[in-house]
Design a protein around this ligand. Structure first.
Ligand code: CMC
Length: 429
């Protein structure tokens, strides 16, 4: 039986229910707090606020554990593929052969963009960031599929989800080709998901890109490791937008915008820019570490620290090993990898990082793999977005399937001026 929490406020005692999750995480339920007491809770940055109860992803930040639908990320990274993991996240179970085939067929059937969508790419300047194009085009894509709206269209969810996963990859590759002034390459029905993305990015109309299995595997792993991460900034945004019953494509477009920032998905681009800067300046990294420790410098050690992990991010450990493997196999000697390892070693021995429990996160080594795959740095966050799509869709589905779902509407404590009156412009001084 769950215990109750007793709260004493202004001389009165209130009883609040508690809830315990399947992994023994505990919460005090404060839904009736304002009605009972007139108080709300205030939690800057939501660090102590549970916004939902979810069955998708479990993280134990103290122990460095990450599981999708109960399965450890290490097992999925070793044995699964991005598409199988996407199915697991969205539908809750690993697929049977037949289910995986159907999912795969749906992805193939829905991979082409509406031909008219091509005109939209023309309007962006060559300097446009691909995350801006991605978000705009996902939203624009919804215009081509009338009847996408929320609950009324629940029965078409399977097709919409497959269409979004498939098309986000096509949009991403098209926006890269457009930014380089290159002709668009259409997806090939015979290729699997990740191979097809590489084909659309790097083939030429007169010559197919040579698909190396180790390259396809490395990118598939990057997608898989990014596939979900419970209530992070972009996923919470997707849920926020979904709670108003906006359509799946609108929610995903909002997720892309939230992901873009350098404190979230944009960190993978920022890490490589930081490593490049260290490399070019000939510094050994100590200048960067000193700046990151100085609160007035405005710098942080990008790819380090996490709101939830107070231990090594398990994804960073897997990516670091994959990075070593890939660079060895491809005989690439990237000086940025050496700098990254040296930075990590120095930071992990530094009292500032030790006392704040700051460890490398998923973004610290992922950029080095993407560089080895010839993915340009401005596309790094787009790769994160492609990977995160199943997680966003799974979270959208939880809201869609919940008959008790309510619109997300936080409160605030107002700290502005109290009542005052309008002053005509000629009397203001
Ligand atoms: N470099 C230097 N100091 C840091 C860093 C860092 N990367 N991260 C946190 N700190 C310090 C911070 O200044 C604060 O110090 P103090 O207690 O003296 O004020 C303390 O550590 C706690 O930091 P916080 O800002 O309160 O932590 P947060 O949970 O609000 O922020 C974070 C988490 C990921 C935004 C932050 O660690 C950060 O900015 N890291 C660099 C950007 C990055 O790598 N982001 C990717 C996150 S993982 C993938 C994803 O979610 O997209």
């Amino acid at each position: 039986m769950n215990s109750e929490a007793i709260l004493e406020l202004e001389g009165k005692r209130y009883s609040l229910p508690t809830v315990v999750g399947t992994e023994n995480e505990k919460a005090v339920v404060i839904s009736s707090l304002r009605d009972q007491t007139g108080y709300i809770t205030l939690d800057d940055g939501y660090a102590n606020t549970g916004s939902c109860q979810s069955r998708i992803t479990f993280i134990d930040g103290e122990k460095g554990i990450l599981r999708y639908r109960g399965i450890p990320i290490e097992e999925l990274a070793e044995k699964s593929t991005f598409i199988e993991t996407a199915y697991l996240l969205i539908y809750g179970e690993l697929p049977t052969h037949a289910q995986l085939r159907r999912f795969s067929d749906l992805l193939t059937e829905n991979q082409h963009l509406h031909e008219d969508m091509k005109h939209h790419f023309e309007g962006f300047p060559a300097t446009a960031h691909p995350m801006a194009i991605l978000s705009a085009m996902i939203n624009a894509s919804s215009c081509f599929y009338p009847g996408l709206m929320g609950r009324a269209n629940k029965e078409r969810f399977e097709v919409h989800a497959a269409r979004l996963i498939s098309q986000v990859r096509t949009i991403a590759a098209f926006s890269y080709r457009k930014s380089r002034g290159l002709p668009i390459i259409y997806p090939k029905p015979g290729y699997k998901y990740t191979a097809n993305f590489l084909h659309m990015m790097f083939s030429e109309p007169y010559q197919d890109y040579e698909l190396k299995p180790e390259v396809v595997k490395a990118l598939d792993l990057i997608f898989l490791l990014h596939a979900d991460h419970e209530q992070n900034c972009s996923t919470a945004t997707v849920r926020m937008v979904a709670s108003s019953q906006a359509n799946l494509f609108a929610c995903a477009a909002a997720g892309v915008c939230a992901l873009w920032g350098p404190l979230h998905g944009g960190a993978n681009q920022a890490v490589i820019e930081m490593l490049q800067d260290i490399h070019e300046s000939g510094d050994d990294g100590s200048r960067f570490i000193a700046a990151a420790k100085d609160k007035n410098s405005g710098h942080r050690l990008m790819g380090f620290g996490h709101r939830v992990y107070k231990n090594y991010d398990p994804r960073a450990r897997i990516i670091k090993a994959a990075c070593d493997r890939l660079l060895n196999t491809l005989h690439i000697n990237d000086p940025l990898l050496d700098i990254a390892k040296k930075l990590e070693e120095t930071a992990l021995q530094d009292e500032y990082f030790i006392s704040r429990k700051l460890y490398p996160n998923v973004d610290f080594y992922s950029g080095i793999i993407m560089r080895a795959l010839n993915i340009p740095v401005e596309m790094f966050t787009v790769i994160f977005a492609i990977g995160r799509m199943p997680g966003w869709i799974a979270n959208f589905k939880e809201i869609l399937d919940d008959p008790k779902s309510r619109i997300y509407r936080p409160r605030q404590i107002y700290q502005g001026p109290t009542l005052r009156h309008y002053v005509p412009i000629d009397q203001r001084g």
